[in-house]
Design a protein around this ligand. Structure first.
Ligand SMILES: C[S@@+](CC[C@H](N)C(=O)[O-])C[C@H]1O[C@@H](n2cnc3c(N)ncnc32)[C@H](O)[C@@H]1O
Length: 276
């Protein structure tokens, strides 16, 4: 017997196959028009095919643009992009703000990211580092700012992690994360409508209030922002649909989950704090 989730994935794979066979794939120009979003004016300058081919979750570039609305970045600042994946958010940071970025990731090698960084012409400002989040090769107080898009929930949900991580940030510097999250915590387990699509790792998704409390309790920083992206679920769904229609996608999406939820719980949580 196939589960609801597997059946949903089968149908999605079939639809993708039909798109590709039927040539209904969005060409570059149509994709550029469709992906344009007034909420992300900086991102509009980036090649959508490049963004989709190098994505490892809902648009890292959009997420970083949203995050940097709340993090002050000035040219020359030293910035840690933690869990940068294929470093496209790091390239975005260097180009948009003239900062130096240490593009740090575990699953993607430094050599792989260096190729992308060189292609983007920013190898003088973006430095690829292969490292585990609990064993970082940096000096205390080194970074002027730390940012992370769609990654911090993989390693940062424990009470202890911030105590370790914040040492790499200068006192007075900002740390900002944006992660898939919940508008509100579940009051009684996973809602029935989400159950067919729910995977246990989604329990790392939390609300702005949850993250704010975790960070406040540490006593290490002052939380300046804890909110969610307006209509974040629609942004997420738009990305998943466009990525699928482009025919360039390399992962299974969250379309079923988002359509079942219809914005009641899911979206993107943003938290920004300043080290004391
Ligand atoms: C969903 S991907 C997102 C990547 C990228 N930020 C993006 O949005 O495309 C999560 C990233 O978190 C990184 N990550 C997860 N656990 C990690 C750990 N323990 N240490 C360092 N990086 C980690 C992975 O290497 C992966 O690239």
């Amino acid at each position: 017997m196939v589960s609801g989730k597997e059946a949903g994935e089968g149908i999605r794979a079939l639809i993708l196959g039909i798109y590709q066979l039927g040539g209904a794939r969005l060409d570059k120009e149509k994709l550029r028009g469709a992906i344009k979003d007034e909420r992300f004016p900086r991102s509009a300058a980036y090649d959508p095919e490049w963004m989709i081919k190098n994505e490892m979750g809902p648009s890292a570039v959009w997420l970083m643009e949203f995050l940097t609305e709340a993090v002050e970045l000035k040219p020359g600042m030293k910035v840690l992009d933690m869990g940068c994946g294929k470093a496209i958010s790091s390239i975005f940071l260097a180009r948009e703000f003239g900062v130096q970025v240490w593009a740090t990731d575990l699953w993607i090698s430094a050599s792989d990211n260096l190729e992308r960084i060189q292609e983007a012409g920013v190898e003088d400002r973006v430095f690829p580092i292969h490292a585990e989040a609990h064993a970082l090769p940096y000096a205390r107080d080194f970074f002027d700012a730390i940012v992370s898009a769609d990654a911090y929930h993989y390693f940062g949900t424990s009470e202890l992690y911030l105590h370790y991580f914040i040492r790499f940030l200068k006192p007075g510097g900002q740390i900002g994360i944006v992660v898939p999250g919940l508008k509100k915590e579940f009051s009684d387990g996973v809602p029935e409508k989400l159950e067919p699509y729910w995977e246990s790792e989604f329990f790392t998704f939390h609300s702005p209030a949850w993250w704010k409390e975790l960070w406040n309790r540490s006593g290490l920083l002052d939380v300046e922002v804890a909110d969610d992206m307006p209509d974040g679920w629609e942004v997420w769904l738009k990305w998943e649909n466009l990525a699928r229609e482009s025919g360039l996608w390399s992962r299974e999406g969250d379309v079923g989950l988002l359509e079942a939820d219809k914005g009641e719980y899911l979206g993107f949580t943003r938290v920004v704090g300043r080290r004391r």
